[in-house]
Write a new protein. Structure first.
Length: 209
């Protein structure tokens, strides 16, 4: 029973974390593209804080079980940007920056909750939820800069490829997604990004103290 709780509790704690992290990430992307002249996110009703508009089922399951994943990609149209390269970098880098900032804020909060005088059980639950919000946001910030589809890093990387190479890269999106799922499920995402996220959270908590 205790072992099952040890497995289930982190998953339950990650549910609010994935809602916050994914919604923030995709909303910032949609809003940034719209502010830069692209009307497609607005037409697709992605400029909203409604999580149901932003959550990708497979990406959400990966986040809930393993802490790493992605949201439903926001469709954008670079043809509306006055400076395509600069705007694309802004649209696809800004969401990760927003996740990083929110992750650091909740990292500070996790430390503060851990130092507060309160019932041990309540403290454990509140701390666990806040910590997961911090972890998932920071994890999403760095995981999404991997330069393969459907992640944001692919959109930035594609700017530096020839048109033919961009089309060929996009044609492998389903295979890239399968690779990402295997990368997460087999634990490689945790091995690569886990220490980085833990190190940033440890820094945040030391700084908060």
């Amino acid at each position: 029973m205790t072992r099952m709780l040890d497995i289930l509790l982190p998953i339950l704690y990650r549910l609010p974390a994935l809602v916050i992290a994914v919604t923030l990430h995709e909303y910032v992307k949609a809003a940034a593209s719209w502010r830069l002249g692209d009307n497609v996110p607005k037409l697709n009703r992605r400029i909203t804080l409604n999580p149901l508009k932003h959550i990708d089922p497979i990406g959400a399951i990966c986040i809930a079980l393993f802490g790493f994943g992605w949201g439903k990609p926001v469709e954008t149209s670079p043809m509306y940007y006055s400076n395509r390269k600069q705007a694309t970098i802004t649209v696809y880098a800004l969401p990760s920056l927003a996740n990083l900032v929110v992750g650091l804020v909740f990292g500070f909060a996790a430390y503060i909750v851990g130092e507060m005088p309160m019932a041990e059980t309540a403290q454990g639950i509140v701390h666990g939820i806040i910590f997961q919000i911090a972890f998932v946001n920071i994890a999403m910030a760095f995981f999404n800069i991997i330069p393969i589809y459907p992640l944001d890093g692919a959109r930035i990387f594609a700017l530096f490829l020839s048109p033919q190479a961009r089309v060929k890269m996009a044609s492998y999106e389903k295979w890239f997604q399968l690779f990402l799922i295997c990368f997460i499920v087999m634990g490689f995402a945790g091995m690569v990004f886990g220490p980085l996220v833990d190190g940033i959270l440890e820094f945040a908590m030391i700084y908060a103290g």
